[in-house]
Write a protein that binds this ligand. Structure first.
Ligand code: ARG
Ligand code: ZN
Ligand code: CA
Length: 253
């Protein structure tokens, strides 16, 4: 059919507390959320506004398959900005867990909380330019991973959906600037990031043009319950990253 791919996933769990040692069931739950969101079969897909149905992704044709879970206890009670800059959780020599063959496997690290001066980091990701490097993959703080036992309003598994979007080449929908560019033609230019549960319709004006904002896109910053779509242009971008000529073609194993 199309460029359908099933990405093998290795989950690396670094836990200080029992709560951070997320269960196999919760990991399975998170993989199921990724498979629903990336196939457009999430139950809230019905909430996509009529005006955006023409540009919704439908099936992104990227699936996820858990192949291994590696667990390690740590004395670290949180992961600082320095830890994140140095990716200490991704190296055994700095108390982390080494990535498993990052060219051929998507590595996901679950850690404790990640405090920052602007609140708390839910997760972070490497872009496709990092394919195959020792630090390639996604980090998610345990309270925002999976659903059962996760922390509201980020308890529907969408932090992973968002971070995997970055891993597959997507920028934030506001382009990380006022009226910025996310390099995706069918996502309307918007002034800034949105938070919480915005009321539809929401209008922004950029360059003198008023547009209805696609704040329900996974690449905005709204609550988990308020995000439920990728666009067709985002699908095209992600497919190009995993295509046979793409930077993440190694995931086609
Ligand atoms: N702030 C994080 C990032 O920039 C993740 C945001 C995820 N949003 C959510 N509703 N779970 O990558
Ligand atoms: Zn992001
Ligand atoms: Ca756009």
């Amino acid at each position: 059919a199309d460029g359908s791919v099933e990405i093998p996933v290795v989950v690396n769990v670094l836990y200080n507390t029992a709560a951070e040692n997320v269960s196999d069931a919760r990991i399975a739950e998170q993989i199921a959320v990724l498979n629903a969101d990336y196939s457009g079969t999430n139950s809230d897909v019905s909430k996509i506004p009529t005006e955006f149905q023409a540009v919704k992704s439908g099936d992104v044709a990227v699936k996820f398959r858990l192949v291994n879970t590696i667990r390690k206890s740590t004395t670290k009670t949180s992961w600082s900005a320095t830890d994140r800059a140095n990716n200490t959780m991704k190296k055994a020599s700095t108390g982390g867990i080494d990535a498993t063959n990052p060219t051929n496997y998507f590595n996901l690290w679950i850690v404790g909380r990640m405090p920052s001066t602007q609140g708390e980091i839910l997760g972070y990701a490497t872009f496709p330019e990092s394919a195959g490097l020792w630090n390639d993959g996604v980090v998610i703080a345990a309270p925002f991973f999976g659903k059962t036992g996760a922390s509201s309003p980020f308890n529907l598994g969408r932090t992973a959906t968002h971070e995997v979007g970055h891993y597959l080449g997507l920028r934030h929908i506001w382009g990380d600037a006022n009226c910025g560019n996310d390099l995706i033609a069918d996502t309307p230019t918007q002034t800034r990031d949105n938070a919480g549960k915005p009321t539809y319709p929401l209008y922004n004006t950029c360059g003198g043009v008023q547009r209805s904002v696609m704040f329900m896109n996974y690449m905005d910053y709204v609550d988990d319950a308020a995000m439920f779509m990728f666009s067709a242009g985002q699908k095209t971008k992600m497919q190009s990253v995993v295509a046979s000529s793409g930077p993440r073609t190694g995931l086609r194993v």
